[in-house]
Write a protein that binds this ligand. Structure first.
Ligand code: HEC
Ligand code: HEC
Length: 302
């Protein structure tokens, strides 16, 4: 628990923990009259139904001893393990370290399985039945929550089975994407373009994909596109993989092709992130994933 904002919280938590134990001992002390083994069974002054008298039986000695031992155990625990604010405990145990140690053990156990794939070219991984089986399992466990179990994505999460790539579809591009992560940022054009102008551009973008559009607004949309959008998407709208700017002529859409969605993106911009996996997965696991993903759109031997 070394992540407190300031020392005040640490002291506060420690005080509550120690006062709790002190309270238990104090409580025992206040009841000492009941605990005295010399005290014989006594009739109390509580009388029910005229002649039934409540009996006061003193607590057995083993109970008192256990109570005190438990308080001592609690103090001992707080000395050995973290529990008193930011104090690490004499054993400097931490749950995070334990998880890390378990992870290392598992990786060591799996190392021989992955050994065969360490030097294997990614194209060959995509062709190897065992590698594909492991790749798919890794995908289901680590990627499917965003990209879907069929890898076909959903709005804002790219489809990995088509041949349209924002960041490049060569095996080494995909390897880089998974290892380092990617962040696609499209600037907002709210102050730069009016909604009418954005809508003209949307007509032009739709025309590039042979989707229904208003032909009379295409020339103005094209002109605005060449002024405002070409720096990232290119004058031909085919995108730029260095920036993750998608090809707007491919017919595959990350967000959708409707005028409303395109206008919304133009005015408000986009900020989208693929999380880096290098600290979560081993190098071999990432290679198997890259090969498997590449194979989704390139492997013909499946
Ligand atoms: C938290 C959600 C999330 C997880 C988990 C995730 N991704 Fe992604 N991934 C994204 C997003 C969002 C993008 C799009 C980034 C962008 O818009 O530039 C992306 C992009 C990609 C791309 C690039 C697509 C292209 O067109 O260039 C690849 C390849 C990819 N992910 C593979 C994976 C693999 C393999 C895993 C599992 C290890 C994974 N992703 C896990 C959200 C995720
Ligand atoms: C600063 C660079 C940049 C500029 C300028 C820019 N874009 Fe983008 N655009 C991007 C990036 C990067 C993405 C991908 C966003 C993501 O990863 O989610 C994108 C995404 C899009 C999409 C979504 C495509 C899909 O598949 O759903 C459309 C449509 C689009 N841009 C159109 C435009 C238009 C029209 C303009 C000019 C008004 C423009 N962009 C200006 C970088 C840019």
């Amino acid at each position: 628990m070394g992540d407190f904002f300031n020392q005040g919280w640490s002291i506060y938590i420690s005080a509550i923990a120690l006062l709790g134990i002190a309270f238990c001992l104090w409580l025992l002390w206040t009841q000492r009259a009941w605990l005295s083994p010399s005290m014989e069974e006594q009739e109390s002054s509580h009388v029910w139904d005229g002649n039934i008298t409540e009996l006061n039986t003193n607590v057995p000695r083993w109970w008192t001893v256990m109570y005190v031992l438990l308080c001592i155990f609690a103090l001992g625990y707080l000395i050995m393990y973290p529990g008193l604010g930011s104090y690490q405990g004499m054993l400097s145990y931490s749950a995070a370290k334990e998880v890390q140690a378990q992870q290392e053990q598992i990786n060591a156990r799996l190392a021989p399985t992955y050994e065969r794939f360490r030097e294997m070219p990614l194209e060959q991984i995509a062709d190897d039945a065992e590698a594909r089986a492991i790749g798919q399992r890794l995908f289901l466990n680590n990627c499917a929550q965003c990209h879907g179990s069929d890898a076909q994505g959903s709005p804002s999460f790219p489809n990995l089975t088509d041949s349209t790539w924002m960041w490049g579809g060569k095996p080494e591009d995909i390897l880089h994407t998974i290892t380092e992560g990617r962040r696609g940022i499209m600037t907002a054009h709210k102050g730069v373009l009016t909604p009418g102008e954005a809508s003209d551009i949307a007509q032009y973008v739709r025309s590039l994909n042979s989707l229904a559009h208003d032909q009379s607004r295409v020339p103005s949309g094209k002109k605005l596109f060449e002024q405002t959008c070409f720096a990232c998407h290119g004058a031909d709208a085919k995108g730029n993989q260095l920036l993750g700017a998608p090809d707007l002529t491919s017919g595959n859409w990350l967000y959708g092709s409707s005028e409303a969605v395109i206008v919304e993106g133009i005015l408000n911009g986009r900020d989208n992130q693929m999380p880096a996996q290098k600290n979560r997965l081993t190098e071999e696991q990432i290679r198997l994933l890259a090969g498997w993903v590449w194979g989704l759109s390139n492997n013909t031997s499946k």
